[in-house]
Design a binder for this molecule. Structure first.
Ligand code: CUA
Length: 181
């Protein structure tokens, strides 16, 4: 075989491999697209971003952390250009904490440094997840979806206190946060 024939054969093998890889990727995109369109994730919760601040669970008086009589901790927060409300979240250590959050305007998101808390906040939908903060401490919580010119300055804090301390502050059923007044 001439050198040219060897080169042509190698090129042909590579082009077949590349075509196969592209075909697999396209098939995966089509499959996930059709799958998500026909079977959206269960428990999709929607909310009207134009009225959520007026009444209901995301009205201002309902934001922050609550402790139910059964001991369930729920933190509610709202994201908007360019802040989180409340600016400082108070949570107990060593206890499952359920976050419920949404956006009033554009897509935001947040991550709590030093934990696995990480979600997108999409206007019209309620994001919810449960996590446990193992130790007392303070964590930064930046917005991690580009949301406009003020994105860089969109931060909140998470203050993790002992379960006893949290019970003392939230035990009477009030909404608590660590925003300084
Ligand atoms: Cu909000 Cu970036």
């Amino acid at each position: 075989m001439s050198a040219e024939a060897v080169a042509v054969a190698a090129e042909r093998r590579w082009s077949r491999a590349v075509a196969a890889i592209i075909a697999v990727l396209v098939a995966m995109m089509v499959f996930t697209g059709v799958h998500w369109a026909s079977m959206p994730p269960s428990r999709v919760e929607t909310i009207d971003p134009r009225t959520l601040h007026i009444s209901g669970e995301f009205a201002e008086g309902n934001l922050g952390a609550t402790l139910s009589p059964e001991g369930k901790v729920v933190v509610r927060l709202v994201a908007q250009q360019y802040s989180f409300e409340p600016q400082c979240l108070l949570v107990p250590a060593g206890v499952p904490v359920t976050f419920r959050a949404t956006s009033t305007d554009v897509i935001h998101g947040f991550v709590v440094f030093g934990s696995n808390a990480n979600t997108m906040l999409i206007p019209g939908y309620v994001a919810t997840f449960t996590t446990t903060f193992p130790a007392v401490g303070e964590h930064m919580m930046p917005c991690h979806e580009y949301c406009g010119t003020g994105h860089e300055g969109m931060w909140a804090r998470v203050q993790v206190v002992s379960a006893d301390e949290f019970r003392k502050r939230a035990g009477n059923g009030s909404r608590v946060s660590c925003v300084r007044r």
